[in-house]
Ligand binder design. Structure first.
Ligand code: GAL
Length: 320
């Protein structure tokens, strides 16, 4: 019994005892499995962060598509809350239909959790968003509808919630560029365009930092990495600056692609985390994450060379 208890303590402390974010390395959840939340997004409800993403573990039912959910109080140790959306082909998208880049918004008026995702057929010609809803952060989510936001093509989507709680969707409209649009009051629709940036960018992510909006996008190179770039604006309506590199271009964003910018406001400083995916197209379940604190301010943004780091959520400080 005594040895059993010691063993149990050892196992739980290994599973829970992480304090370091290790870019590009496997990231074990509370069950010891590599986190499956690819192309993901994060919201904070009370003191808990929820991370949603594409569930791509091996052995899934290939006719369904899955969105996973993880919960954490420290952004390092993540508890798997299960696959909160298990969806079948909504209506004749056909074999190898696509559900990518899920993002969840919490609407304090309706008290609903509203999920947006890119939905498509195998040739990516449908180019729509789908919406699913839940009463709880950890699901189950139920599919509601699919449509082209404001009538435009929409492939990669990104999520942005401003400091005043207003919710926006960023989406890639292949013929025209990078669009930023406001959601309706109940978040069930895309209501108003804020900007069309005539640049062919996907993996859109935005942060509002010290009075300036910074948006990051990736070039359209499929699963292959490319030099991600950023632009700034005083208002979401623009005008937006030129796009500039976020890292030495030859590193191709250190092999990653942007999915979100997460702002952590601590007592001493505000840290902005770049969340990227390191895709492994042939072994998608092993795709990794590149999370790094950005150097940001005065209109400049830079992704430092990835290395293990720790975050003090209370103070907002990072250490490497
Ligand atoms: C990428 C996109 C991913 C996925 C992939 C498919 O450009 O960012 O979300 O759609 O293409 O090739």
């Amino acid at each position: 019994m005594k040895y059993f208890l010691i063993l149990l303590t050892l196992i739980t402390s290994c599973a829970y005892g992480q304090d370091t974010i290790r870019p590009a390395e496997p990231w074990p959840d509370n069950q010891g499995n590599h986190i499956q939340a690819h192309g993901g997004g994060i919201i904070k409800i009370g003191k808990t962060y929820y991370w949603y993403g594409e569930e791509r573990r091996q052995g899934l039912d290939t006719t369904l598509r899955y969105v996973s959910c993880y919960a954490s109080k420290d952004l390092v140790n993540w508890n798997f809350k299960g696959d909160v959306l298990k969806m079948s082909d909504p209506d004749s998208l056909g074999p190898r239909w696509v559900l990518e880049r899920p993002k969840v918004y919490y609407n304090s008026g309706t008290k609903k959790y509203v999920m947006y995702m890119h939905i498509d057929n195998r040739s990516y010609k449908v180019a729509q968003v789908a919406v699913a809803v839940s009463d709880r952060p950890d699901g189950p989510f139920h599919y509601v509808k699919r449509f082209r936001p404001l009538g435009h093509e929409s492939r990669d989507i990104g999520q942005f919630i401003d400091d005043d709680g207003t919710a926006y969707l960023v989406f890639e409209d292949r013929p025209f560029g990078f669009r930023i649009a406001k959601l309706s009051g109940d978040f069930m629709d895309v209501e108003k365009q804020m900007s069309l940036i005539p640049a062919h960018m996907e993996g859109g992510a935005i942060v509002h930092y010290n009075g300036l909006y910074y948006s990051i996008g990736s070039a359209l190179t499929g699963w292959n990495p490319n030099p991600n770039k950023y632009a700034t604006a005083l208002s979401l309506e623009g005008p937006w600056s030129e796009f500039k590199d976020i890292a030495p271009p030859e590193t191709k964003t250190y092999g990653s692609q942007s999915t979100m910018l997460l702002k952590v406001v601590g007592k001493k400083r505000t840290t902005v985390i770049f969340m990227g995916d390191i895709w492994k197209p042939r072994t998608q379940w092993d795709s990794r994450y590149l999370w790094m604190p950005l150097e940001i301010g005065d209109g400049k943004l830079w992704l430092p060379q990835p290395k293990p780091w720790t975050l003090n959520l209370k103070t907002g400080e990072v250490a490497m």
